[in-house]
Ligand binder design. Sequence first.
Ligand code: ADP
Ligand code: ASP
Ligand code: MG
Length: 400
Amino acid sequence: MLVVQKYGGTSVGNLERIENVANRVIKSKKTYKDIVVVVSAMSGRTNQLIENANFYSEFPNKKELDMLLSCGERETAALLAISLISKGYNAISLSGKEAGLLTTDDYTNAKIIDIDSTRIKKELSEGKIVVVAGFQGYAANGNTTTLGRGGSDLSAVAFAGALNADLCEIYTDVDGVYTTDPRIEPKAKKLDKVSYEEMLELASLGAKVLQNRSVELAKKLNVKLVTRSSFNDNSGTIITSEEKMEQALVSGIALDKNQARIVLRRIEDKPGIAASIFTTLAKKDINVDMIIQNVGHDGTTNLGFTVPQNELKNASEAMRELLGSDVVIESDSDIVKVSVVGVGMKTHSGVASAAFEALANEGINIQMISTSEIKISMIVSSKYAELAVRTLHKVYKLDN
Ligand code: ADP
Ligand code: ASP
Ligand code: MG
């Protein structure tokens, strides 16, 4: 039996916690013959490293930033291996490159191309516990790359897939996936099971308990995925395929604080204008999420859209360059996106109107709306973030 276990930032947040992880790994070694442990950087470390780079530049060279950020995970991996060895266990730590994780050269957001698991298999066959630094790989040119924020989850799933692991366990600081962030709504309920589809929506819409790309990959590779706490022995949440699930109407509420909005006023209302705006943004790799275009008037119209907060400046500048000085460009980073997710919505009506009514009753103005088969997303002012989450959690009776 082979298990891949991933321990997140808080779980390895200090030296004692890393030792706690070592003890848990040793215990698991009694159940599973082979263990591969993927670790994150100690909590706060990645942000600290980014701040250091920002001392020199607001937009540090991305190749060098990856070299820097990869150190966080390597530090934890080495410390965990040292701890395991000091306890008399045979262990080795590997960087992403040593573990064979090949990626594209999209620095700070590299995509996984392939894993050559020869080295890991060799170490396992020698009876070693293999500790791999998460969040990183290397490009064909040999340079170190990183996989985007929260990317250690993705590393874990990728190694589980490549090694054909029996199980991939994601250890974190909460007991599993809840109906909403338990730090915002203490009444949130832990879900025993959640479908890949719903988990993917929740993760993409801001529930950082699992990184969205990791869920996507787990689904694709059919990796058996469980999230649980590294601080207790409670059973966690199993991420499974939809068919096996009883379909709840709404399974969770997600909050994304990393949103900003741009509104373009009085742009020309003519064919091709939206195309030129969004092609410009796409060329700059800026991810556009919600889009609203008003009905035109006087040959002009207003267009609003959201982008990740760290792209706001970049996007505004690109719009100014494209549209010239006649168009009014407003930007606002004081917004959040709250979303209601549930596969049961596919077959029920009235789910959206319940959300709108509940927010209205609390005096929360909805600034933008977008819906799909299994989600409703709403942009509201950031001062209402927590209230909106708790209000929606209550209206769909997720607390009982
Ligand atoms: P790690 O460092 O272990 O990767 P993260 O901080 O990335 O952990 O993710 C865990 C956090 O995700 C929790 O502490 C919790 O605040 C947050 N979270 C947001 N939405 C949810 C949810 N629906 N269920 C559980 N946790 C959630
Ligand atoms: N350390 C990285 C981050 O903070 C990756 C991870 O923890 O998953 O984003
Ligand atoms: Mg995480």
